[in-house]
Design a protein around this ligand. Structure first.
Ligand code: GAP
Length: 445
C-alpha cells in the first residue's frame, strides 16, 4: 500500500528551498513575477544533476540514442503541421462573480468557483491556446510571428532526416534533447510543478511500426525504474495508463509516471506512442520525405515514435520532496538531543558531494584545507565553509543533502588525516588525506 501524502511537506520544502538557496521567486526585489522561479547556487546544481543523470542513462550509456539541441524560437509552419496551433488548448472559464480564471478540466466541482464559492457563476468554456507568440525582427504583425516551443519534441521530428543522414543510426534509434519549453498555463502553481517556463527532457525513439507496442512497454518500464534507481521509494511512484478521452491529439497510447506529491498522485513524465503522426504531418507540410528505407528488408516505411517526455524542473521538485526527512538525533559531540532536517539525496542527485570544513578559521588549518579541496574538486562538486560552529555547519550540509563532510582539525597537522562524516548515519571515520579519494570513490561514483 502507498503511504498517505503529507500535506505539511510542501511548505517545509518550499521554505527550505528559499532558505538554503535552491529556488528563489523570480524578480523578487520587484515583488516577484507570478509563477516564475530562479534556481539559486544549490538549485542550479540539483537541476544540472537531474539533467545529467537523465542524459547519462538516455545517451551516454546507450549506442542507439543521440543528442540534439534545437532552437526555441520556431516558425508557425512547425506548429501548424504538428497540430499545436489547432489543438494545444485548455478549456478556460471565468467566474462572473470574482473574475478569477480557471482551467475547467482541473476544477473539483465544475459548478462551484474555488475562489469565492459562488455556484453556477462560470462563463462558457473557451479554448485557450497555450503557446507564447512573439515577433521576430523590428516589425510586428502578420508574417513576423514566431512561437516559443511548448515542447522540445518537434525539434527532433523536424531534424529526423538530418540526424538519420549524419549519425548512421537506423530504427530502432532515438534522439534525445533537454531544454526549455514555454506554455501560457492558465493556472500555474504548486511551486515549480506547473510553471510557464520550464525544462523538459524528451526522447523520440523511432521504430518499425510493427515493433511500436513492444518498445512502448520497454520505455514505460525503463523510465519508471530510472526514478527508483535514483532513490525515489517505489511506493511513491506508479505508472498510470491514460483513458481514451485523455490522450493527446497525436497519441494512440500514453502512460504517466506519477509521484505521490503532498497533494496526491501527479504526473512526472508521460510515455506516449505518437505513432507516425508527427513525421507524416511534417512530411506532408514541408514536402520533404521523412520515411526510412530498410535495405535488409527492402521495405520503406514511416517510423512510429515512442516518446518518454519528462520535466526536469518538476523532477527536481520530486527529488526534493522524496529526499526530505526530519529526525531526532543526539547533538554531535554532546549528549543532548535535537531535531535535524536532512535531504537524503542519492549521491548522483546531491548538489554538493562533499563539504570541506576546516574546524577553525585559524591560518594553520588553511593549508591542509586547501590541499583537501584541491584534491577533491577535480572529481566532485564541493562546498567549502569555515564559518560557525562545526555542529551548525553539519546541519547546514544536511539541509543541502551533502553526502559527506570532511573536517580538517588540529590533529590533521600531525597525522595528515581528516574526519569523514556520513550524512545519513552521522558516523565519523578518520581517513588519511592520501587515502581520501579511495575512501570516497566507491560511495560517490
Ligand atoms: N512532448 C510531449 C509533452 O510535452 P507533456 O505531458 O505535455 O508531454 C511532458 O509534457 C512533461 O513536461 C510533463 O510530464 C511534465 O513533467 C513537464 N511539464 C509539462 N508542462 C509543464 C509545466 N507547465 N511546468 C513544469 N513542467 C511541465
Amino acid at each position: 500500500m502507498s503511504p498517505a501524502p503529507d500535506p505539511t511537506l510542501f511548505d517545509k520544502v518550499v521554505n527550505l528551498c528559499k532558505r538554503r538557496g535552491f529556488v528563489f521567486p523570480s524578480a523578487e526585489i520587484y515583488g516577484g513575477f507570478r509563477s516564475t522561479y530562479d534556481y539559486g547556487p544549490v538549485g542550479v546544481l540539483l537541476l544540472r544533476n537531474v539533467k545529467e543523470a537523465w542524459w547519462r542513462s538516455m545517451v551516454q550509456l546507450r549506442h542507439d540514442i543521440v543528442g540534439l539541441d534545437a532552437a526555441i524560437l520556431s516558425p508557425p509552419a512547425i506548429w501548424e503541421a504538428s497540430g499545436h496551433l489547432q489543438n494545444f488548448n485548455d478549456p478556460l472559464v471565468d467566474c462572473r462573480n470574482c473574475r478569477e480564471r480557471f482551467r475547467l478540466d482541473k476544477l473539483d466541482d465544475p459548478n462551484e468557483c474555488p475562489n469565492c464559492h459562488a455556484k453556477g457563476s462560470f462563463t462558457e468554456a473557451r479554448h485557450f491556446n497555450l503557446m507564447f507568440k512573439t515577433y521576430a525582427g523590428p516589425v510586428e504583425g502578420t508574417g513576423a510571428e514566431v512561437y516559443l516551443r511548448p515542447e522540445t519534441a518537434q525539434g527532433m521530428f523536424v531534424n529526423f532526416k538530418n540526424v538519420l543522414e549524419t549519425s548512421r543510426k537506423r530504427p530502432p534509434f532515438g534522439i534525445a534533447q533537454i531544454g526549455k519549453s514555454f506554455r501560457n498555463e492558465i493556472t500555474p502553481g504548486n511551486f515549480v510543478f506547473r510553471t510557464r517556463e520550464f525544462e523538459q527532457m524528451e526522447m523520440e525513439y523511432f521504430v518499425p511500426p510493427d515493433e511500436a507496442e513492444k518498445w512502448y512497454g520497454y520505455w514505460c518500464h525503463e523510465r519508471l525504474q530510472w526514478y527508483v534507481d535514483l532513490g525515489i521509494p517505489d511506493d511513491q511512484l506508479r505508472l498510470r495508463p491514460h483513458d481514451e478521452e485523455e490522450l493527446s491529439h497525436y497519441s494512440s497510447a500514453t502512460s504517466d509516471v506519477e509521484f505521490l506529491f503532498p497533494w496526491g498522485w501527479d504526473e512526472l513524465e508521460g510515455i506516449a506512442n505518437r505513432t507516425d503522426y508527427d513525421l507524416r504531418q511534417h512530411a506532408q507540410a514541408s514536402g520533404e520525405s521523412l520515411d526510412y528505407f530498410d535495405q535488409a528488408l527492402g521495405e520503406r516505411y514511416v517510423p512510429y515514435v515512442i516518446e518518454p517526455a519528462a520535466g526536469a524542473t518538476r523532477t527536481a521538485m520530486a527529488f526534493l520532496m522524496a529526499a526530505y526527512d526530519e529526525e531526532e538525533v543526539a547533538r554531535e559531540g554532546q549528549g543532548q538531543g535535537e531535531s535535524r532536517t536532512v535531504l537524503r539525496f542519492h549521491p548522483r542527485i546531491a548538489p554538493y558531494k562533499v563539504a570541506v570544513l576546516p574546524l577553525s578559521k585559524k591560518s594553520e588549518l588553511q593549508e591542509p584545507a586547501n590541499e583537501v579541496l584541491g584534491l577533491l574538486q577535480p572529481h566532485y562538486m564541493c562546498d567549502y565553509d569555515e564559518t560557525q560552529a562545526i555542529g551548525r555547519r553539519y546541519r547546514r550540509q544536511d539541509e543541502l543533502g551533502t553526502p559527506y563532510c570532511v573536517t580538517i582539525d588540529f590533529d590533521t597537522l600531525d597525522d595528515r588525516a581528516v574526519t569523514v562524516r556520513d550524512r545519513d548515519s552521522m558516523a565519523q571515520d578518520r581517513v588519511p588525506i592520501d587515502a581520501l579519494l579511495d575512501h570516497l570513490g566507491p560511495k560517490l561514483d
